[in-house]
Design a protein around this ligand. Structure first.
Ligand SMILES: [Zn+2]
Length: 318
């Protein structure tokens, strides 16, 4: 039998006086899972990892959040495996004894929903696109993460969303009002984010990154920029990203500007007949300030420029 993960040590952190979080990301040696209070009834569970699931990060590479209501608990993203989902449940049990009644899956990438099976009986809400992706690609996500983590996360069963929402929808969870917003193509085609207007908290999934360079490999950049503009208008006080530490609304603007600047440079280069690798040095130079803001900037920027280049090229032939 496999040993259980060492992600189960539990404490509850509170917001610091500044409201958000000036400190650098935790060292990737600390995998104790903690609930971090970001509003009176909202908690973030933030991994120190900034990469894909691996044996080193115990397969725990993505953030989750939960909202405690008088009628039960809502979980936003369930992690990269059932083991992670079960660890999340244990963390939540330190904060509330209410049952988990609702799960929201932010998108189809396996690190955000493979923990669904740890929340049996809950209604699982996402978009049709996510449900289709989970149903069709779920088994391959399990295989991929099992390989990437050397099997450390154990078995995961594919559990698809049970309820789909395909347009901006206001929903009531106990006494908490929430809006589900859809990107219609951003980080992925089916992104769902959750906005809590009373608390002014945005649970952003992978639509918003804080201290990590955005993963653009499945993205639709023009739609993503448009969606970020929509999210900026909400003026969130707290943003819980899918990867990276908890932040405030400024990270949305910062990411939109990052995308717009890269898009402009790539478009200008493309018009001059340059290839993506010929444009990359200019992007590196003009966006150098993001090296300090995004810890994995150097690892990701080449791929990002290639992703943008393909989309600029496609849009030039429309
Ligand atoms: Zn993702």
């Amino acid at each position: 039998m496999r040993q259980p993960l060492n992600v189960l040590a539990v404490t509850v952190l509170s917001l610091n006086a500044a409201g958000v979080f000036a400190a650098a990301p935790a060292k990737v040696t600390d995998y104790a899972m903690k609930a971090q209070k970001v509003a009176p009834n909202v908690y973030a569970v933030i991994t120190p990892a900034r990469d894909f699931p691996s044996a080193a990060n115990k397969g725990w590479n993505s953030n989750s959040a939960f909202v405690v209501t008088k009628d039960g608990v809502l979980v936003f993203d369930t992690g990269a495996s059932e083991t992670i989902g079960k660890a999340l449940r244990q963390v939540m049990a330190k904060t509330t004894d209410k049952p988990v009644r609702w799960v929201v899956n932010s998108h189809g990438h396996g690190d955000h929903w493979l923990g669904n099976n740890a929340f049996a009986g809950a209604e699982i809400i996402s978009s049709t696109h996510v449900r289709t992706h989970v149903t069709q690609e779920g088994a391959s996500w399990v295989g991929r993460f099992t390989t990437m983590t050397g099997g450390i996360t154990g078995e995961s069963r594919v559990v698809a969303p049970t309820r789909v929402v395909d347009a901006r929808t206001t929903m009531q969870f106990g006494e908490v009002r929430a809006e589900l917003l859809l990107s219609n193509g951003g980080h992925t085609a089916g992104d769902v984010v959750l906005w809590l207007p009373e608390e002014r908290v945005l649970l952003g999934g992978d639509v918003v990154y804080s201290d990590s360079a955005p993963g653009t490999f499945d993205g639709n950049i023009p739609s993503w920029i448009a969606f970020l503009k929509e999210l900026e208008k909400l003026k969130p006080k707290v943003v819980v990203p899918g990867h990276g530490r908890v932040a405030d609304g400024a990270v949305i603007t910062r990411q939109r500007e990052f995308f717009e600047q890269i898009w402009a440079i790539v478009q200008a280069g493309h018009e001059k007949g340059k290839l993506d690798h010929e444009i990359l040095p200019e992007v590196r130079q003009k966006l150098a300030k993001y090296k300090k803001l995004y810890v994995n900037f150097d690892d990701r920027i080449g791929r990002t420029v290639s992703d943008f280049y393909q989309q600029v090229e496609a849009s030039a032939f429309k």
